[in-house]
Design a protein around this ligand. Structure first.
Ligand SMILES: NC(=O)c1ccc[n+]([C@@H]2O[C@H](COP(=O)([O-])OP(=O)(O)OC[C@H]3O[C@@H](n4cnc5c(N)ncnc54)[C@H](OP(=O)(O)O)[C@@H]3O)[C@@H](O)[C@H]2O)c1
Length: 271
């Protein structure tokens, strides 16, 4: 499957809420013609209605790809209507959390090319990261097109096994919430040290955003960046002695938190 196939055979977007709309906005901005896109959504937003895509219209018989962006709990109601596209050339690319490839194979047929992926919320501003893995019917060019579509909202990484999706969920899928909580707690700690709440929040947000951007852009790895700003017996060292404590610091805490999220992801995908 290639970008040309997409233009000729069409792309179906099943579910156009927060994630589906972020993706659609990225594709259209990247030059995909609205006439190549069929959106299925029971309550489309005014924004979707204004994009010139086919909306809740008759679908092409053999679309190049179906991007599945409904909530996992809506899957049972939404997917069977596309059963006729299974076991063929149409690639199904799902971003739904906790819905294993086997569940798609069960509904669509075991020969259906299926890509499962896990994005995260910074996708809303084009700064997401999505991990993806395909079943054995997915070709290299299918995966490459899947990546190109997901790169409309940020970076992509490929996985080696579907089981790794649970750990990805624990790190990057749920991760933005950990960072939001870091911002909250940094700001609260600043208030405890005498800063006004608004000022403390501005400092915390800009520090996390700036350090994140620096970590991505710099040639050094984050450990070296940390060493670079830690002078012996200085202020940063005083804080890092608390945060890097092997029993009570970040290492033990994040290990525990990410294990809890990963285990919960495993439980949810078992149904
Ligand atoms: N948001 C994230 O950060 C994130 C991260 C990782 C994975 N995901 C996955 O992305 C998927 C979408 O999440 P979201 O945050 O975009 O959810 P959302 O905003 O609720 O979008 C889902 C959309 O699907 C529509 N829908 C419901 N039933 C349908 C049906 N039978 N056929 C077609 N469309 C239907 C919903 O319409 P109504 O609202 O009218 O019901 C809604 O517009 C989920 O599976 C989620 O697990 C999201």
């Amino acid at each position: 499957m290639t970008l040309q196939d997409l233009g000729e055979r069409g792309l179906v977007l099943l579910g156009c809420g927060k994630m589906g709309s972020a993706l659609l906005a990225g594709w259209l901005k990247g030059g995909l013609l609205p006439a190549s896109v069929w959106v299925i959504d029971p309550h489309p937003s005014d924004w979707v209605k204004a994009q010139g895509v086919h909306l809740n219209a008759d679908l092409p018989k053999d679309p190049a790809i179906v991007l599945v962006a409904v909530k996992p709990q809506m899957m049972g109601a939404a997917l069977p209507s596309l059963q006729a596209m299974g076991n063929g050339r149409t690639v199904f690319l799902s971003i739904a959390a906790g819905t294993p490839i086997s569940a798609f194979e069960a509904t669509l047929g075991a020969k259906t090319p299926i890509i499962r992926s896990m994005p995260n919320t910074p996708a809303a501003i084009g700064r997401g990261i999505t991990a993806l893995i395909g079943n054995t019917h997915v070709t290299e060019s299918d995966l490459a097109l899947g990546e190109a579509l997901l790169q409309a909202v940020g970076q992509t990484v490929r996985l080696e096994t579907e089981a790794q999706i649970d750990a990805v969920t624990g790190v990057s899928g749920s991760g933005p919430a950990y960072v939001f909580h870091l911002i909250e707690t940094m700001a609260a700690a600043g208030v405890a040290q005498g800063l006004a709440p608004d000022l403390a929040m501005a400092l915390a947000k800009a520090t996390v955003a700036g350090a994140g951007a620096l970590a991505e852009e710099a040639d050094e790895d984050p450990a070296q960046l940390r060493v670079n700003v830690t002078s012996p017996n200085g202020t940063t060292q005083a804080a890092l002695e608390v945060l890097m404590d092997s029993q009570s610091g970040f290492p033990a805490l994040l290990n525990k938190a990410i294990a809890a999220a990963t285990n919960r992801a495993k439980e949810l995908s078992r149904g």
